[in-house]
Design a protein around this ligand. Structure first.
Ligand SMILES: Cc1cc2nc3c(=O)[nH]c(=O)nc-3n(C[C@H](O)[C@H](O)[C@H](O)COP(=O)(O)O)c2cc1C
Length: 169
C-alpha cells in the first residue's frame, strides 16, 4: 500500500467485531508508535492496551456512546507535560503535539494491519481518572479503540480543498 492509499484507507471506525486482535499485530503497531518523533526526543507518552473485561468496561463507561460497547480493546493514550519539551519563547508545552503524532502512527499502522481505530477525545476525563488507575504524572488525552471493523469505510472523505488550506508564497 502506498502512503497515500494508507491515508485514504484510515477512517474513524465506530463498529467492531469482537474478535481479539493478534499479539503480533499489536506488536507491529507498538513498534510504529515507538518510532514516532517528539520534540527534543522526550517521548512524553504512555500507552495502556486494555482488554481485561472489568478494566475495559471502566474505560468504556467514560465515553457515553453505545458504539464503544462492542470494542474488543482500547488503547488509553497519555501525555506527561513535565517530561515534554517547553519552548522558552512562549512557554508552549509540546506534549499534545508529540502524543498526537504517536497516536496517528498508531492509527495508520493499525490500518495497514487491516484493523479499525477511532480517535476518541470526548470522554469524561474525571470519570476515567476515578475508575481507572493511571501512572503518576500522566494525563489521558485520547482513547483509541482497536479491532476488526464491522462497518464499511465511507465512500468518500469529506475534506477541505487544498486551495482552502494551503498557500504558496
Ligand atoms: C483529536 C480528535 C478527537 C476526536 N474525538 C472523537 C470522539 O470523541 N468521538 C468520535 O466519534 N470521533 C472523534 N474523532 C474522529 C473525527 O470525528 C474524525 O477523525 C473526523 O470526522 C474525520 O473522519 P475520518 O477519521 O473518518 O477521516 C476525533 C478525531 C480527532 C483527530
Amino acid at each position: 500500500m502506498t502512503f497515500r492509499n494508507l491515508c485514504s484507507a484510515r477512517y474513524s471506525c465506530r463498529a467492531y467485531d469482537n474478535k481479539p486482535v493478534e499479539t503480533e499485530k499489536l506488536a507491529y503497531v507498538q513498534e510504529c508508535v515507538r518510532l514516532a518523533p517528539s520534540a527534543v526526543n522526550r517521548q512524553p507518552w504512555h500507552f495502556i492496551t486494555v482488554t481485561d473485561p472489568a478494566q475495559l468496561q471502566a474505560v468504556k463507561d467514560a465515553y457515553h456512546r453505545d458504539w464503544i460497547q462492542g470494542v474488543p480493546a482500547i488503547i488509553v493514550c497519555c501525555k506527561n507535560e513535565e517530561m515534554a519539551w517547553t519552548r522558552r519563547y512562549d512557554s508552549h508545552n509540546h506534549a499534545d503535539i508529540d502524543l498526537a503524532i504517536a497516536i496517528e502512527h498508531l492509527c495508520l499502522a493499525a490500518t495497514e494491519m487491516g484493523l479499525g481505530t477511532c480517535w476518541v477525545c470526548n470522554f469524561d476525563i474525571n470519570q476515567l481518572r476515578s475508575t481507572f488507575s493511571l501512572p503518576t504524572g500522566f494525563e489521558p488525552c485520547a482513547l483509541i479503540p482497536i479491532g476488526y471493523p464491522a462497518d464499511e469505510k465511507p465512500a468518500e472523505k469529506v475534506r477541505k480543498d487544498i486551495s482552502e488550506i494551503w498557500e504558496n508564497r
